[in-house]
Design a protein. Structure first.
Length: 272
């Protein structure tokens, strides 16, 4: 039996596994391989769809399904198919229309389980495409026929993100949905009860692993539900204040091979 038999690590990507230049360090990759050789399950949970994570999966080679669309789907990178999804209620279009009319300069992205459609472009959405290499699929939100996974609103104005949050949370349909700030410039609508923590819970069920034997690593608000669902929640030192306050432990920054540090700390029984 390996040192890490029965353990599951779920990590965020941006600001956690990735360095600031969006690369994965040699130290992290070597530690991940060591963790898997010693019986551990390793995967990542991200807001991206499978189309955007193929190159990452080829580097990391997760040996467990990947959490996609902020917990709204579990994807098997070997079988190239979803094992589970949570579909957005149809009346989400009423919330999109509300933000569209109230904030005419805010970018709107509609994510299905296969594609991201840019319904309204702006500088934030242009930056999103540059960072993720997303293709510029253009389609108005009222014309999308595929099942929807999540909605992303984007603006460079911090105050506007707060205003969007307030409008959405006060909407008559708000209780049917969940809302999360996934990046400094991005605010998302998810199906009710869905978050990265949902992916962790479903992974434990599929892999038949005790939740108490899971480790979640992240840096932002949308990682907090993952901390709460896992047995151990670890924030990188560069995490936002909310994530730092909700984590059980704080490790080194994403620039200091944080995943490798967590794995070696696990080996040395640092975490209870």
């Amino acid at each position: 039996m390996g040192k890490f038999e029965g353990l599951l690590i779920c990590t965020d990507l941006d600001g956690t596994l990735f360095r600031n230049d969006k690369t994965i360090s040699k130290e992290n990759l070597e530690a991940i391989e060591y963790f898997k050789r010693e019986g551990g399950y390793f995967t990542f949970v991200t807001g991206r769809m499978p189309e955007f994570v193929a190159d990452i999966a080829n580097q990391v080679k997760p040996n467990a399904p990947v959490g996609c669309v902020n917990g709204g789907g579990l994807y098997d990178c070997i079988l190239k198919k979803y094992l589970w999804t949570s579909v957005m209620p149809d009346n989400v279009s009423e919330l999109i229309k509300c933000i569209d009319e109230s904030f005419p300069e805010v970018g709107i992205q509609v994510c299905t389980f296969e594609k991201s459609y840019f319904s309204k472009d702006n500088i934030t959405m242009q930056k999103f495409r540059e960072i993720t290499n997303a293709k510029n699929y253009v389609c108005h939100y009222t014309e999308i026929k595929e099942p929807i996974a999540k909605i992303i609103f984007g603006t460079e104005e911090d105050e506007e993100i707060t205003m969007i949050e307030n409008v959405l949370k006060s909407h008559p349909l708000a209780e049917k949905f969940d809302f999360i700030r996934s990046e400094k410039t991005l605010y998302e609508i998810l199906p009710g009860g869905i978050g990265k923590g949902t992916a962790v819970t479903n992974l434990c069920r599929i892999l038949n692993i005790d939740n108490n034997k899971t480790i979640a690593i992240g840096d932002y608000n949308n990682d907090i539900s993952m901390f709460k669902a896992a047995g151990t929640g670890i924030a990188v030192s560069n995490a936002c204040e909310e994530a730092l306050s909700e984590a059980d432990y704080i490790t080194v920054s994403n620039e200091e091979h944080a995943i490798a540090q967590v794995i070696y700390d696990l080996e040395n029984n640092k975490y209870k």
